[in-house]
Design a protein around this ligand. Structure first.
Ligand SMILES: Cc1cc2nc3c(=O)[nH]c(=O)nc-3n(C[C@H](O)[C@H](O)[C@H](O)COP(=O)(O)OP(=O)(O)OC[C@H]3O[C@@H](n4cnc5c(N)ncnc54)[C@H](O)[C@@H]3O)c2cc1C
Length: 512
């Protein structure tokens, strides 16, 4: 492993790989990833990427839909950038060999999802993310990017107020080491694993956000956790609940109570295609009302051949559990799915710490505001990764040459994952209260004290999840209103005074 690189990337999902492939033009790039290369949320994305290609569509409509979903908190400039720069990058993926589904006229077969006023979801059947990950990994070979698996980034090295690189643990040798970089890029994905019920894979423990916050970076809008309304009830694969894409409702899937009664029209004029937060809360309410542990998602009225061809992964996965979705409804529940908040960055993906960039789900670009519009996250990751790659060309000239003065010691931290998840599920879910959040805060604050400032060679993820949980709870307590994904029973309405980002910045005791 080199001791020094130009560009050090943490994470091998869509954000990290897109950046790496583009930045390879300007210098040497090393990607560290904590498990295998393809272990990422990207690999599980089903629905697709939202981008303006339809004949009846225009950037203005996509911008309007995104801003509407974000309930007053979207940064309009960031949205404009994403929507206008996105389609070229989707075309680029296609030209790299990404097998997107096409219609009979040779154009992208555009899907429909909730909150979008037009068909604009470019997809590869229901395994879009897997296809993107495959193509991007192939590109890394062509671009000469090195990827090192089983390397867990532990902490950032910040000296003289600049990011100089990272400490990481080689999971095979159990050695901690340090890599020096001109630019460090966090692309570590989301944090769904702070909850028990999540569609996110086990890597999603918010490591990048916790690392950046510990190092002094600004973190924003952590209270906005998106719960997907339709994860399959009671079955988990490798620590994640299996998602049934929103595209299923886009193609005619209908939500029903366990007694077979449709209910979404009661909650929103767009019915089954209402924004995700509304659908998720409606499902929860119907579950309470009917005293059921799930609601049903029914596609059995659609043509069996259409279902098998359009949603092969969902069809076959459910069939492997004995559920034929062409004949029977799917029992579903809401599950934590996407984090709108993260490391606060500007339009070039630069964090508040010089030479530290953040991309993809671990970042907060301002694109999603209080609620992410479906399929905007892959697009955001592509666009801001491209922009960061442009930016680092100038950062390279600042190559760090000063020796790192301090080295941290490794200690064993407690494993608190189980306890944190229980607290988050119980008090910090879809519906929150001041009292519940205060209880959660007391408990998580107590856990936080159990970690000192050393690097935790064992249970690094437990330490990170504790920080992320604390950030979500504290941000939620600050937002004394209900807006987008954040719903408080004590404050059920939106308030003008809260129409701003919730920004958290740690008070550092000493430089790392
Ligand atoms: C089931 C599912 C379906 C989805 N469907 C869609 C969809 O249809 N459309 C859409 O737009 N979005 C979708 N999303 C959201 C979208 O997939 C993610 O937001 C996006 O893929 C995140 O990309 P990323 O590159 O930021 O992170 P990821 O793809 O999650 O990659 C994170 C990487 O960081 C690595 N990593 C993390 N911590 C460390 C560490 N400490 N050290 C080293 N490496 C580390 C991981 O191993 C991984 O390689 C879906 C998400 C899920 C879970």
């Amino acid at each position: 492993m080199p001791k020094q690189v130009d560009f050090l990337v943490v994470g091998s999902g869509i954000a990290g790989l897109t950046f790496a492939n583009k930045a390879a033009k300007y210098g040497d790039v090393l990607v560290l990833t904590k498990k295998r290369k393809a272990d990422s949320s990207t690999n599980y994305a089903q629905g697709g990427i939202a981008a303006v290609f339809g004949e009846d569509d225009a950037p203005e409509y996509h911008i309007r839909d995104t801003i509407k979903a974000g309930e007053g908190l979207c940064h309009e400039k960031a949205v404009q950038t994403m929507v206008r720069e996105g389609p070229a990058l989707v075309e680029e993926l296609h030209s790299m060999g990404c097998r997107f589904s096409m219609n009979s006229r040779g154009h992208f077969d555009l899907g429909q999802e909730g909150g979008h006023s037009r068909r604009r979801i470019v997809h590869a059947k229901d395994f879009t993310g897997q296809e993107i990950e495959r193509v991007l990994l192939e590109e890394t070979k062509k671009a000469g990017v090195s990827i090192s698996e089983n390397e867990i980034a532990l902490d950032l090295v910040v000296q003289d107020r600049e990011c100089q690189g990272i400490y990481y643990l080689d999971a095979d040798t159990r050695q901690i080491d340090l890599i020096h970089a001109s630019a460090t890029v966090l692309a570590t994905g989301g944090a769904g694993q702070v909850y028990n019920h999540t569609t996110n894979p086990p890597i999603a423990t918010g490591d990048g956000i916790a690392m950046a916050y510990r190092a002094g970076a600004k973190v924003a809008n952590m209270e906005f956790v998106q719960f997907h309304p339709t994860a399959v009830y009671s079955i988990k694969i490798d620590g994640r609940s299996f998602l049934v894409s929103e595209a299923v409702r886009g193609e005619g899937g209908v939500l029903k109570t366990k007694n077979g009664v449709t209910f979404m029209k009661k909650y929103h004029q767009s019915g089954n295609l209402a924004p995700r937060d509304i659908v998720a809360r409606a499902c929860l309410e119907e579950m309470h009302r009917t005293r059921s542990k799930y609601v049903l998602l029914d596609v059995s009225h659609l043509q069996a051949d259409f279902i098998k061809n359009r949603f092969p992964t969902i069809y076959e996965t459910c069939l492997s559990w004995g559920l034929d979705i062409t004949r029977e409804p799917i029992p579903v529940v809401p599950a934590a799915h996407y984090l709108c908040g993260g490391i606060y960055v500007n339009e070039w993906a630069e964090s508040s710490i010089p030479r530290l960039f953040a991309l993809g789900e671990c970042s907060c670009t301002g694109v999603h505001g209080a609620n992410r519009l479906a399929s905007n996250s892959l697009l955001e990751a592509l666009v801001f990764a491209k922009r960061a790659a442009k930016r680092v060309e100038s950062v390279k000239a600042l190559h760090a040459s000063r020796p790192i003065k301090t080295k941290k010691t490794a200690v064993v931290g407690p494993n608190l994952l189980f306890q944190i998840k229980e607290i988050m599920d119980q008090y910090v879910g879809l519906i929150r209260s001041e009292k519940g959040l205060q209880s959660a805060k007391r408990m998580v604050d107590n856990f936080r004290c159990q970690f000192d400032d050393g690097i935790h060679i064992i249970n690094a993820e437990s330490r990170n999840v504790t920080v992320v949980a604390q950030l979500i709870i504290e941000s939620a307590l600050e937002r004394k209103e209900s807006r987008g994904l954040h719903f408080m029973t004590d404050y059920p309405k939106k308030k003008k005074m809260h129409c701003k980002d919730t920004i958290k910045e740690p008070v550092l005791r000493d430089a790392l």
